[in-house]
Design a protein around this ligand. Structure first.
Ligand code: FES
Length: 562
Protein backbone atom coordinates (compact mmCIF):
# COMPACT_ATOMS: atom_id res chain seq x y z
CA UNK A 1 0.00 0.00 0.00
CA UNK A 2 1.35 3.39 -0.96
CA UNK A 3 1.26 6.60 0.99
CA UNK A 4 -1.66 8.96 1.21
CA UNK A 5 -2.35 11.96 3.41
CA UNK A 6 -6.11 11.71 3.89
CA UNK A 7 -7.43 14.38 6.22
CA UNK A 8 -3.87 15.56 6.86
CA UNK A 9 -3.78 17.07 3.40
CA UNK A 10 -4.20 20.83 3.09
CA UNK A 11 -4.65 21.64 6.76
CA UNK A 12 -5.86 25.20 7.35
CA UNK A 13 -3.47 27.59 9.08
CA UNK A 14 -4.44 28.14 12.70
CA UNK A 15 -0.88 28.54 13.89
CA UNK A 16 -1.20 25.15 15.66
CA UNK A 17 -1.29 22.11 13.36
CA UNK A 18 -2.51 19.72 16.06
CA UNK A 19 -5.42 22.08 16.72
CA UNK A 20 -6.13 22.12 12.97
CA UNK A 21 -6.23 18.30 12.89
CA UNK A 22 -8.46 18.16 15.97
CA UNK A 23 -10.87 20.71 14.50
CA UNK A 24 -10.98 18.92 11.17
CA UNK A 25 -11.76 15.58 12.85
CA UNK A 26 -14.45 17.25 14.95
CA UNK A 27 -16.23 18.75 11.97
CA UNK A 28 -15.99 15.55 9.92
CA UNK A 29 -17.38 13.65 12.93
CA UNK A 30 -20.48 15.81 12.56
CA UNK A 31 -21.09 14.01 9.27
CA UNK A 32 -20.78 10.66 11.02
CA UNK A 33 -17.19 9.85 10.03
CA UNK A 34 -15.22 7.93 12.64
CA UNK A 35 -11.53 7.12 12.97
CA UNK A 36 -11.81 4.18 10.59
CA UNK A 37 -13.34 6.38 7.90
CA UNK A 38 -10.76 9.08 8.42
CA UNK A 39 -7.89 6.64 8.06
CA UNK A 40 -8.81 5.99 4.43
CA UNK A 41 -7.62 7.75 1.27
CA UNK A 42 -10.03 10.57 0.52
CA UNK A 43 -11.41 10.65 -3.00
CA UNK A 44 -12.98 13.97 -3.95
CA UNK A 45 -15.74 13.76 -6.54
CA UNK A 46 -16.24 17.00 -8.50
CA UNK A 47 -19.98 17.14 -9.15
CA UNK A 48 -21.22 19.36 -11.98
CA UNK A 49 -24.90 18.54 -11.65
CA UNK A 50 -27.29 21.48 -11.75
CA UNK A 51 -30.93 22.03 -12.60
CA UNK A 52 -29.58 24.45 -15.20
CA UNK A 53 -27.56 21.71 -16.85
CA UNK A 54 -30.12 19.34 -18.33
CA UNK A 55 -27.34 17.29 -19.96
CA UNK A 56 -26.20 16.30 -16.45
CA UNK A 57 -29.57 15.32 -15.06
CA UNK A 58 -28.60 11.65 -14.48
CA UNK A 59 -25.50 12.50 -12.46
CA UNK A 60 -27.01 11.57 -9.09
CA UNK A 61 -27.02 7.89 -10.12
CA UNK A 62 -23.46 8.12 -11.41
CA UNK A 63 -22.29 9.69 -8.16
CA UNK A 64 -23.86 6.85 -6.18
CA UNK A 65 -22.00 4.36 -8.39
CA UNK A 66 -18.71 6.26 -8.01
CA UNK A 67 -19.11 6.39 -4.23
CA UNK A 68 -19.81 2.65 -4.13
CA UNK A 69 -16.65 1.93 -6.10
CA UNK A 70 -14.56 4.16 -3.83
CA UNK A 71 -15.95 2.52 -0.68
CA UNK A 72 -15.44 -0.99 -2.06
CA UNK A 73 -11.75 -0.20 -2.65
CA UNK A 74 -11.26 1.18 0.86
CA UNK A 75 -11.46 4.90 0.13
CA UNK A 76 -13.65 7.64 1.54
CA UNK A 77 -15.67 9.47 -1.15
CA UNK A 78 -16.43 13.15 -0.56
CA UNK A 79 -18.53 14.89 -3.18
CA UNK A 80 -18.04 18.61 -3.77
CA UNK A 81 -20.09 20.73 -6.11
CA UNK A 82 -18.69 23.16 -8.62
CA UNK A 83 -20.34 25.49 -11.08
CA UNK A 84 -21.88 23.83 -14.11
CA UNK A 85 -22.39 25.46 -17.51
CA UNK A 86 -24.87 24.19 -20.04
CA UNK A 87 -24.33 25.22 -23.65
CA UNK A 88 -27.92 26.17 -24.24
CA UNK A 89 -28.84 27.80 -20.93
CA UNK A 90 -25.73 29.98 -20.55
CA UNK A 91 -25.28 33.47 -22.00
CA UNK A 92 -23.38 34.94 -23.70
CA UNK A 93 -21.38 31.70 -24.15
CA UNK A 94 -20.07 28.89 -21.95
CA UNK A 95 -16.59 29.61 -23.27
CA UNK A 96 -16.56 32.69 -21.04
CA UNK A 97 -16.89 30.34 -18.08
CA UNK A 98 -14.62 27.42 -19.03
CA UNK A 99 -11.62 29.13 -17.47
CA UNK A 100 -13.67 30.16 -14.43
CA UNK A 101 -14.73 26.54 -13.86
CA UNK A 102 -11.13 25.43 -14.38
CA UNK A 103 -9.91 27.94 -11.82
CA UNK A 104 -12.70 27.13 -9.35
CA UNK A 105 -12.12 23.36 -9.63
CA UNK A 106 -8.36 23.75 -9.27
CA UNK A 107 -8.77 25.87 -6.15
CA UNK A 108 -11.26 23.43 -4.61
CA UNK A 109 -8.86 20.55 -5.27
CA UNK A 110 -5.97 22.50 -3.75
CA UNK A 111 -7.88 23.82 -0.77
CA UNK A 112 -9.62 20.67 0.47
CA UNK A 113 -8.26 17.37 1.72
CA UNK A 114 -8.31 14.80 -1.07
CA UNK A 115 -5.78 12.21 -2.21
CA UNK A 116 -7.34 11.83 -5.65
CA UNK A 117 -10.16 13.47 -7.53
CA UNK A 118 -12.80 12.07 -9.84
CA UNK A 119 -13.89 14.70 -12.35
CA UNK A 120 -17.53 14.18 -13.29
CA UNK A 121 -18.36 16.30 -16.31
CA UNK A 122 -20.20 16.06 -19.59
CA UNK A 123 -21.56 19.16 -21.30
CA UNK A 124 -19.01 20.77 -23.57
CA UNK A 125 -16.85 23.04 -21.41
CA UNK A 126 -17.05 21.06 -18.19
CA UNK A 127 -14.66 18.33 -19.31
CA UNK A 128 -11.83 20.56 -20.61
CA UNK A 129 -12.19 22.84 -17.60
CA UNK A 130 -11.87 19.89 -15.23
CA UNK A 131 -8.85 18.50 -17.09
CA UNK A 132 -7.16 21.92 -17.02
CA UNK A 133 -7.80 22.08 -13.27
CA UNK A 134 -6.50 18.59 -12.62
CA UNK A 135 -3.33 19.21 -14.62
CA UNK A 136 -2.61 22.40 -12.68
CA UNK A 137 -3.48 20.94 -9.25
CA UNK A 138 -1.56 17.77 -10.19
CA UNK A 139 -3.05 15.29 -7.76
CA UNK A 140 -4.17 11.84 -8.97
CA UNK A 141 -7.22 12.45 -11.14
CA UNK A 142 -9.55 10.47 -13.32
CA UNK A 143 -12.26 11.70 -15.68
CA UNK A 144 -15.80 10.34 -15.86
CA UNK A 145 -18.63 11.75 -17.99
CA UNK A 146 -22.38 11.49 -17.78
CA UNK A 147 -22.57 10.04 -21.31
CA UNK A 148 -24.55 10.91 -24.41
CA UNK A 149 -28.30 11.21 -24.93
CA UNK A 150 -30.34 8.60 -26.73
CA UNK A 151 -31.96 9.29 -30.08
CA UNK A 152 -35.66 9.47 -30.95
CA UNK A 153 -37.84 9.69 -34.08
CA UNK A 154 -40.02 12.22 -35.89
CA UNK A 155 -42.01 11.21 -38.96
CA UNK A 156 -39.79 8.18 -39.43
CA UNK A 157 -36.56 10.21 -39.23
CA UNK A 158 -34.09 9.41 -36.48
CA UNK A 159 -33.37 12.51 -34.38
CA UNK A 160 -30.64 13.50 -31.95
CA UNK A 161 -29.42 16.81 -30.59
CA UNK A 162 -27.92 18.77 -32.02
CA UNK A 163 -26.91 18.29 -35.65
CA UNK A 164 -30.55 17.50 -36.37
CA UNK A 165 -31.58 20.61 -34.39
CA UNK A 166 -29.64 22.68 -36.91
CA UNK A 167 -30.61 20.67 -40.00
CA UNK A 168 -34.32 20.87 -39.25
CA UNK A 169 -34.15 24.52 -38.23
CA UNK A 170 -32.50 25.26 -41.58
CA UNK A 171 -35.33 23.33 -43.27
CA UNK A 172 -37.85 25.42 -41.32
CA UNK A 173 -36.13 28.65 -42.45
CA UNK A 174 -36.21 27.38 -46.02
CA UNK A 175 -39.97 26.78 -45.74
CA UNK A 176 -39.64 22.98 -45.97
CA UNK A 177 -41.13 22.41 -42.48
CA UNK A 178 -44.10 24.35 -41.10
CA UNK A 179 -44.65 25.80 -37.62
CA UNK A 180 -46.45 22.69 -36.35
CA UNK A 181 -43.67 20.48 -37.67
CA UNK A 182 -40.86 22.41 -36.00
CA UNK A 183 -42.87 22.48 -32.74
CA UNK A 184 -43.13 18.68 -32.87
CA UNK A 185 -39.40 18.37 -33.61
CA UNK A 186 -38.62 20.63 -30.65
CA UNK A 187 -40.26 18.11 -28.30
CA UNK A 188 -38.27 15.16 -29.61
CA UNK A 189 -34.73 16.41 -30.13
CA UNK A 190 -33.55 15.71 -26.58
CA UNK A 191 -34.90 12.25 -25.83
CA UNK A 192 -33.14 11.63 -22.50
CA UNK A 193 -30.61 13.01 -20.08
CA UNK A 194 -27.03 13.12 -21.32
CA UNK A 195 -24.89 15.16 -23.64
CA UNK A 196 -25.68 15.81 -27.31
CA UNK A 197 -26.32 12.59 -29.21
CA UNK A 198 -23.75 13.18 -31.97
CA UNK A 199 -19.96 13.62 -32.11
CA UNK A 200 -20.25 17.20 -30.89
CA UNK A 201 -17.90 18.85 -28.45
CA UNK A 202 -19.09 16.94 -25.38
CA UNK A 203 -18.61 13.51 -26.91
CA UNK A 204 -15.42 14.58 -28.67
CA UNK A 205 -13.97 15.73 -25.34
CA UNK A 206 -15.11 12.51 -23.66
CA UNK A 207 -13.18 10.63 -26.37
CA UNK A 208 -10.22 12.97 -25.80
CA UNK A 209 -10.20 11.89 -22.13
CA UNK A 210 -9.75 8.28 -23.20
CA UNK A 211 -7.22 9.18 -25.90
CA UNK A 212 -5.17 11.22 -23.40
CA UNK A 213 -5.21 8.34 -20.91
CA UNK A 214 -7.21 10.29 -18.33
CA UNK A 215 -10.29 8.01 -18.38
CA UNK A 216 -10.64 4.26 -17.95
CA UNK A 217 -11.18 2.46 -21.29
CA UNK A 218 -14.70 2.44 -22.67
CA UNK A 219 -15.94 5.38 -20.60
CA UNK A 220 -16.53 7.93 -23.34
CA UNK A 221 -19.59 6.51 -25.01
CA UNK A 222 -22.02 4.51 -22.80
CA UNK A 223 -25.34 6.41 -22.88
CA UNK A 224 -26.37 8.45 -19.88
CA UNK A 225 -28.20 6.37 -17.24
CA UNK A 226 -27.29 3.09 -18.96
CA UNK A 227 -26.14 0.07 -17.00
CA UNK A 228 -22.73 0.26 -18.67
CA UNK A 229 -22.41 3.91 -17.63
CA UNK A 230 -23.01 2.93 -14.00
CA UNK A 231 -20.64 -0.03 -14.12
CA UNK A 232 -17.93 2.19 -15.59
CA UNK A 233 -18.50 4.60 -12.70
CA UNK A 234 -18.12 1.84 -10.10
CA UNK A 235 -14.88 0.73 -11.75
CA UNK A 236 -13.67 4.34 -11.86
CA UNK A 237 -14.42 4.77 -8.16
CA UNK A 238 -12.35 1.70 -7.34
CA UNK A 239 -9.55 2.80 -9.62
CA UNK A 240 -9.37 6.28 -8.06
CA UNK A 241 -8.39 4.69 -4.73
CA UNK A 242 -5.49 2.88 -6.43
CA UNK A 243 -4.40 6.12 -8.11
CA UNK A 244 -4.42 7.83 -4.70
CA UNK A 245 -2.32 5.09 -3.11
CA UNK A 246 0.12 5.00 -6.04
CA UNK A 247 0.22 8.81 -6.31
CA UNK A 248 -0.33 8.52 -10.07
CA UNK A 249 -0.73 12.17 -11.05
CA UNK A 250 -1.56 13.81 -14.40
CA UNK A 251 2.10 14.88 -14.69
CA UNK A 252 3.03 11.17 -14.75
CA UNK A 253 0.39 10.35 -17.37
CA UNK A 254 0.28 13.21 -19.85
CA UNK A 255 3.10 13.49 -22.35
CA UNK A 256 3.72 14.66 -25.90
CA UNK A 257 2.69 11.12 -26.94
CA UNK A 258 -0.69 11.45 -25.20
CA UNK A 259 -1.46 14.69 -27.03
CA UNK A 260 -0.28 13.31 -30.36
CA UNK A 261 -2.71 10.39 -29.85
CA UNK A 262 -5.53 12.75 -28.87
CA UNK A 263 -5.07 14.85 -32.02
CA UNK A 264 -5.01 11.72 -34.19
CA UNK A 265 -8.18 10.44 -32.59
CA UNK A 266 -9.83 13.84 -33.04
CA UNK A 267 -9.15 13.69 -36.78
CA UNK A 268 -10.30 10.06 -37.10
CA UNK A 269 -13.50 10.95 -35.25
CA UNK A 270 -14.24 13.96 -37.47
CA UNK A 271 -14.61 15.53 -34.02
CA UNK A 272 -15.38 19.01 -32.82
CA UNK A 273 -13.16 21.91 -33.82
CA UNK A 274 -13.56 23.15 -30.26
CA UNK A 275 -11.32 20.31 -29.15
CA UNK A 276 -8.43 22.10 -30.89
CA UNK A 277 -8.76 25.00 -28.46
CA UNK A 278 -9.30 22.75 -25.46
CA UNK A 279 -6.36 20.45 -26.22
CA UNK A 280 -4.09 23.49 -26.64
CA UNK A 281 -5.28 24.79 -23.27
CA UNK A 282 -4.78 21.44 -21.48
CA UNK A 283 -1.33 21.00 -23.05
CA UNK A 284 -0.48 24.56 -22.04
CA UNK A 285 -1.30 23.74 -18.43
CA UNK A 286 0.93 20.67 -18.65
CA UNK A 287 3.78 22.66 -20.19
CA UNK A 288 3.66 20.49 -23.32
CA UNK A 289 4.16 22.13 -26.72
CA UNK A 290 1.11 21.69 -28.95
CA UNK A 291 0.81 24.04 -31.90
CA UNK A 292 -1.72 24.28 -34.73
CA UNK A 293 0.99 22.96 -37.07
CA UNK A 294 0.97 19.73 -35.02
CA UNK A 295 -2.76 19.34 -35.67
CA UNK A 296 -2.29 19.83 -39.40
CA UNK A 297 0.74 17.52 -39.61
CA UNK A 298 -1.18 14.72 -37.91
CA UNK A 299 -4.44 15.51 -39.73
CA UNK A 300 -3.00 15.04 -43.21
CA UNK A 301 -1.76 11.56 -42.21
CA UNK A 302 -5.00 10.43 -40.57
CA UNK A 303 -8.17 9.27 -42.34
CA UNK A 304 -11.73 9.79 -41.17
CA UNK A 305 -12.80 6.51 -39.56
CA UNK A 306 -15.97 7.28 -37.63
CA UNK A 307 -19.37 7.65 -39.25
CA UNK A 308 -21.06 10.00 -36.78
CA UNK A 309 -22.84 13.29 -37.30
CA UNK A 310 -21.93 15.99 -38.12
CA UNK A 311 -19.13 14.48 -40.24
CA UNK A 312 -21.14 11.32 -41.04
CA UNK A 313 -24.56 9.75 -40.50
CA UNK A 314 -24.55 7.93 -37.16
CA UNK A 315 -25.03 8.86 -33.52
CA UNK A 316 -23.10 8.23 -30.31
CA UNK A 317 -25.35 5.23 -29.60
CA UNK A 318 -24.04 3.67 -32.82
CA UNK A 319 -20.42 4.53 -32.00
CA UNK A 320 -20.86 2.89 -28.63
CA UNK A 321 -22.54 -0.20 -30.08
CA UNK A 322 -19.64 -0.55 -32.54
CA UNK A 323 -17.11 -0.75 -29.71
CA UNK A 324 -16.52 2.91 -28.82
CA UNK A 325 -13.06 4.25 -28.15
CA UNK A 326 -11.32 0.90 -27.51
CA UNK A 327 -12.35 -0.25 -31.02
CA UNK A 328 -11.33 3.07 -32.59
CA UNK A 329 -7.94 3.03 -30.84
CA UNK A 330 -7.43 -0.52 -32.05
CA UNK A 331 -8.27 0.52 -35.62
CA UNK A 332 -5.79 3.40 -35.38
CA UNK A 333 -3.13 1.52 -33.44
CA UNK A 334 -0.55 1.44 -36.24
CA UNK A 335 -0.52 5.26 -36.17
CA UNK A 336 -0.59 5.80 -32.39
CA UNK A 337 2.19 6.40 -29.87
CA UNK A 338 1.83 3.15 -27.96
CA UNK A 339 4.12 4.18 -25.12
CA UNK A 340 1.55 6.69 -23.85
CA UNK A 341 0.50 5.93 -20.28
CA UNK A 342 -2.96 6.03 -18.72
CA UNK A 343 -4.92 6.07 -15.46
CA UNK A 344 -5.48 2.35 -15.97
CA UNK A 345 -1.84 1.92 -14.92
CA UNK A 346 -0.50 0.61 -18.22
CA UNK A 347 0.61 1.87 -21.59
CA UNK A 348 -1.64 2.15 -24.61
CA UNK A 349 0.14 -0.93 -26.01
CA UNK A 350 -0.98 -2.87 -22.94
CA UNK A 351 -4.53 -1.59 -23.18
CA UNK A 352 -4.83 -2.42 -26.87
CA UNK A 353 -3.47 -5.93 -26.41
CA UNK A 354 -6.87 -6.93 -25.04
CA UNK A 355 -9.02 -4.74 -27.30
CA UNK A 356 -11.06 -6.09 -30.20
CA UNK A 357 -10.76 -4.87 -33.78
CA UNK A 358 -13.91 -3.11 -35.01
CA UNK A 359 -16.12 -5.98 -36.20
CA UNK A 360 -17.22 -6.20 -39.83
CA UNK A 361 -20.83 -6.52 -38.58
CA UNK A 362 -20.84 -2.75 -38.10
CA UNK A 363 -20.01 0.22 -40.33
CA UNK A 364 -19.61 3.07 -37.83
CA UNK A 365 -15.93 2.53 -36.97
CA UNK A 366 -13.92 1.87 -40.11
CA UNK A 367 -10.41 0.56 -40.58
CA UNK A 368 -7.49 2.59 -41.94
CA UNK A 369 -7.60 0.32 -45.03
CA UNK A 370 -11.25 1.18 -45.76
CA UNK A 371 -11.82 4.59 -44.18
CA UNK A 372 -15.01 6.62 -44.26
CA UNK A 373 -13.21 9.65 -45.65
CA UNK A 374 -9.78 10.80 -46.74
CA UNK A 375 -7.06 12.17 -44.49
CA UNK A 376 -7.49 15.74 -43.25
CA UNK A 377 -11.02 15.84 -41.79
CA UNK A 378 -9.72 18.84 -39.88
CA UNK A 379 -7.36 21.34 -41.46
CA UNK A 380 -5.40 24.34 -40.27
CA UNK A 381 -5.47 27.40 -42.51
CA UNK A 382 -2.92 30.18 -42.69
CA UNK A 383 -2.76 33.33 -44.72
CA UNK A 384 -3.29 37.05 -44.68
CA UNK A 385 -6.65 36.68 -42.90
CA UNK A 386 -5.24 34.41 -40.22
CA UNK A 387 -1.50 34.96 -39.71
CA UNK A 388 -1.54 32.83 -36.52
CA UNK A 389 -3.91 30.27 -37.99
CA UNK A 390 -7.52 29.24 -38.32
CA UNK A 391 -9.19 25.83 -38.42
CA UNK A 392 -11.83 24.26 -40.61
CA UNK A 393 -13.67 20.96 -40.33
CA UNK A 394 -13.16 19.76 -43.90
CA UNK A 395 -15.26 16.65 -43.24
CA UNK A 396 -18.30 18.85 -42.61
CA UNK A 397 -17.63 21.28 -45.50
CA UNK A 398 -19.06 21.16 -49.04
CA UNK A 399 -16.53 19.75 -51.54
CA UNK A 400 -17.54 22.32 -54.17
CA UNK A 401 -16.51 25.10 -51.76
CA UNK A 402 -13.10 23.66 -50.81
CA UNK A 403 -11.56 26.21 -53.18
CA UNK A 404 -13.54 29.43 -53.38
CA UNK A 405 -13.07 33.15 -54.07
CA UNK A 406 -15.83 35.58 -53.31
CA UNK A 407 -16.68 39.08 -52.10
CA UNK A 408 -16.93 39.51 -48.35
CA UNK A 409 -19.98 40.75 -46.54
CA UNK A 410 -18.86 41.73 -43.07
CA UNK A 411 -20.87 41.52 -39.85
CA UNK A 412 -19.35 43.41 -36.93
CA UNK A 413 -20.74 41.19 -34.19
CA UNK A 414 -23.11 38.27 -33.68
CA UNK A 415 -25.86 40.82 -32.92
CA UNK A 416 -25.15 42.64 -36.18
CA UNK A 417 -25.39 39.37 -38.08
CA UNK A 418 -28.68 38.45 -36.40
CA UNK A 419 -30.10 41.87 -37.27
CA UNK A 420 -29.07 41.99 -40.93
CA UNK A 421 -28.42 38.56 -42.38
CA UNK A 422 -31.96 38.03 -43.68
CA UNK A 423 -32.23 41.53 -45.17
CA UNK A 424 -32.66 41.10 -48.95
CA UNK A 425 -31.22 44.62 -49.40
CA UNK A 426 -27.76 43.10 -48.77
CA UNK A 427 -28.12 41.50 -52.19
CA UNK A 428 -26.23 38.35 -51.27
CA UNK A 429 -25.65 35.43 -53.57
CA UNK A 430 -24.21 31.97 -52.89
CA UNK A 431 -20.77 33.20 -54.02
CA UNK A 432 -20.51 35.75 -51.20
CA UNK A 433 -18.31 35.03 -48.17
CA UNK A 434 -20.07 35.72 -44.88
CA UNK A 435 -17.60 37.19 -42.38
CA UNK A 436 -18.37 37.43 -38.68
CA UNK A 437 -15.80 39.39 -36.67
CA UNK A 438 -15.51 40.55 -33.07
CA UNK A 439 -16.43 37.05 -31.96
CA UNK A 440 -12.93 36.18 -30.74
CA UNK A 441 -11.67 35.51 -27.20
CA UNK A 442 -11.17 39.15 -26.16
CA UNK A 443 -14.17 40.62 -27.97
CA UNK A 444 -16.81 38.08 -26.99
CA UNK A 445 -15.24 34.95 -25.41
CA UNK A 446 -15.78 33.10 -28.69
CA UNK A 447 -19.50 32.37 -28.91
CA UNK A 448 -20.58 29.53 -31.19
CA UNK A 449 -21.88 32.06 -33.68
CA UNK A 450 -19.52 31.43 -36.59
CA UNK A 451 -21.91 29.02 -38.31
CA UNK A 452 -24.03 31.94 -39.52
CA UNK A 453 -27.33 30.81 -40.99
CA UNK A 454 -27.75 30.84 -44.74
CA UNK A 455 -29.79 34.01 -45.46
CA UNK A 456 -33.45 32.97 -45.53
CA UNK A 457 -34.06 34.23 -49.08
CA UNK A 458 -31.12 32.11 -50.33
CA UNK A 459 -32.18 29.11 -48.23
CA UNK A 460 -35.61 29.16 -49.89
CA UNK A 461 -33.82 29.05 -53.27
CA UNK A 462 -32.10 25.83 -52.17
CA UNK A 463 -28.73 27.24 -51.06
CA UNK A 464 -27.47 24.87 -48.35
CA UNK A 465 -23.93 26.14 -47.74
CA UNK A 466 -21.78 29.23 -48.20
CA UNK A 467 -18.22 30.02 -47.17
CA UNK A 468 -18.17 31.61 -43.76
CA UNK A 469 -15.15 33.06 -41.92
CA UNK A 470 -14.90 34.14 -38.29
CA UNK A 471 -12.70 34.66 -35.27
CA UNK A 472 -15.40 32.90 -33.24
CA UNK A 473 -16.25 29.22 -32.82
CA UNK A 474 -19.00 26.95 -34.03
CA UNK A 475 -20.76 24.20 -32.15
CA UNK A 476 -19.25 20.77 -32.47
CA UNK A 477 -22.62 19.66 -33.82
CA UNK A 478 -22.60 22.24 -36.64
CA UNK A 479 -21.54 21.75 -40.25
CA UNK A 480 -20.74 23.80 -43.33
CA UNK A 481 -17.74 25.41 -45.01
CA UNK A 482 -16.73 27.57 -42.08
CA UNK A 483 -13.22 28.87 -41.30
CA UNK A 484 -13.04 29.33 -37.53
CA UNK A 485 -10.83 30.74 -34.79
CA UNK A 486 -9.04 33.24 -37.09
CA UNK A 487 -6.09 34.37 -35.06
CA UNK A 488 -5.26 37.04 -34.06
CA UNK A 489 -8.87 38.10 -33.66
CA UNK A 490 -10.28 41.39 -34.96
CA UNK A 491 -10.48 42.97 -31.50
CA UNK A 492 -6.71 42.83 -30.97
CA UNK A 493 -5.86 44.16 -34.41
CA UNK A 494 -6.11 40.96 -36.45
CA UNK A 495 -6.68 41.36 -40.19
CA UNK A 496 -10.34 40.33 -39.94
CA UNK A 497 -10.90 43.73 -38.31
CA UNK A 498 -9.58 45.51 -41.40
CA UNK A 499 -11.87 43.80 -43.89
CA UNK A 500 -14.45 45.83 -45.88
CA UNK A 501 -17.56 44.65 -47.68
CA UNK A 502 -16.61 43.60 -51.21
CA UNK A 503 -12.99 42.64 -50.44
CA UNK A 504 -12.20 39.36 -52.14
CA UNK A 505 -11.64 36.47 -49.73
CA UNK A 506 -9.93 33.33 -51.00
CA UNK A 507 -10.28 29.96 -49.27
CA UNK A 508 -8.23 26.93 -50.28
CA UNK A 509 -8.77 24.07 -47.83
CA UNK A 510 -6.45 21.58 -49.47
CA UNK A 511 -3.76 24.25 -49.82
CA UNK A 512 -4.31 25.30 -46.18
CA UNK A 513 -4.84 28.99 -47.11
CA UNK A 514 -7.20 31.77 -46.07
CA UNK A 515 -6.39 35.11 -47.65
CA UNK A 516 -7.79 38.50 -48.48
CA UNK A 517 -6.74 39.88 -51.84
CA UNK A 518 -5.46 43.27 -50.68
CA UNK A 519 -2.10 44.90 -51.17
CA UNK A 520 0.24 45.28 -48.20
CA UNK A 521 0.01 49.07 -48.53
CA UNK A 522 -3.82 48.98 -48.38
CA UNK A 523 -3.68 46.75 -45.30
CA UNK A 524 -1.15 49.10 -43.67
CA UNK A 525 -3.33 52.12 -44.45
CA UNK A 526 -6.41 50.48 -42.94
CA UNK A 527 -4.42 49.41 -39.89
CA UNK A 528 -3.49 53.03 -39.15
CA UNK A 529 -7.15 53.91 -38.91
CA UNK A 530 -8.11 50.90 -36.78
CA UNK A 531 -9.28 51.64 -33.21
CA UNK A 532 -9.29 48.97 -30.49
CA UNK A 533 -12.71 48.35 -28.93
CA UNK A 534 -13.18 49.12 -25.21
CA UNK A 535 -12.92 46.30 -22.66
CA UNK A 536 -15.89 45.41 -20.47
CA UNK A 537 -15.98 47.62 -17.37
CA UNK A 538 -16.09 45.18 -14.47
CA UNK A 539 -16.24 41.72 -12.99
CA UNK A 540 -15.27 38.38 -14.47
CA UNK A 541 -15.63 39.61 -18.05
CA UNK A 542 -13.10 42.34 -17.33
CA UNK A 543 -10.61 39.85 -15.84
CA UNK A 544 -11.26 37.44 -18.71
CA UNK A 545 -10.69 40.00 -21.47
CA UNK A 546 -7.56 41.38 -19.85
CA UNK A 547 -5.93 37.95 -19.56
CA UNK A 548 -7.34 35.62 -22.21
CA UNK A 549 -4.90 34.22 -24.77
CA UNK A 550 -5.74 33.90 -28.44
CA UNK A 551 -7.46 30.80 -29.81
CA UNK A 552 -4.30 29.19 -31.17
CA UNK A 553 -2.95 29.20 -27.60
CA UNK A 554 -6.07 27.60 -26.15
CA UNK A 555 -7.85 30.77 -24.96
CA UNK A 556 -6.66 30.06 -21.43
CA UNK A 557 -5.89 32.94 -19.09
CA UNK A 558 -2.23 33.96 -19.16
CA UNK A 559 -2.14 33.97 -15.36
CA UNK A 560 -3.09 30.28 -15.22
CA UNK A 561 -0.16 29.00 -17.28
CA UNK A 562 2.49 27.13 -15.32
FE1 FES B 1 -24.84 19.87 -23.32
FE2 FES B 1 -24.75 19.62 -26.11
S1 FES B 1 -25.80 21.09 -24.87
S2 FES B 1 -23.69 18.55 -24.55
Amino acid sequence: MGKFKGIERNLPEHGDREFSRYMRRAFLASSGFDHEDLGRPIIGIADTSSDYNTCHRDMAQIIKALERGVLEAGGLPLVFTTSSWNEILTAPTTMLYRNLLAMETEELIRAQPMDAVILLGGCDKTVPAQLMAAVSADIPALAVVCGPMRTSYWQGQRLGACTDCRRLWAAFRAGEIDQAGIAAVEQRLCASGGTCAVMGTASTMACMCEALGMMLPGGASPPSASAERLRHAVESGRRAVVLARDDLRPSKILSASSFSNAVRVLVALGGSTNAVIHLCAIAGRAGIELALEDFDRIAVQTPLLVDCKPSGKGYMEDFHAAGGMPALLKALSAKLELDAFSVSGCSLAGLLAGAEEPGDWQSVIRSCDAPLGPCGSLRVLEGSLAPDGAVIKAAAASPELFKHRGPAVVFDSPADAAARIDDPALGLGPHHVLVLRNAGPVAAAMPEAASLPIPAYLATQGVKDMVRVSDGRMSGTAYGTIALHCSPEAAVGGPLGLLHDGDIVALDIEGGRLDVELSDSEIACRREQWVAPPLPARGWQRIYCAHVLQAHRGADLDLLLP
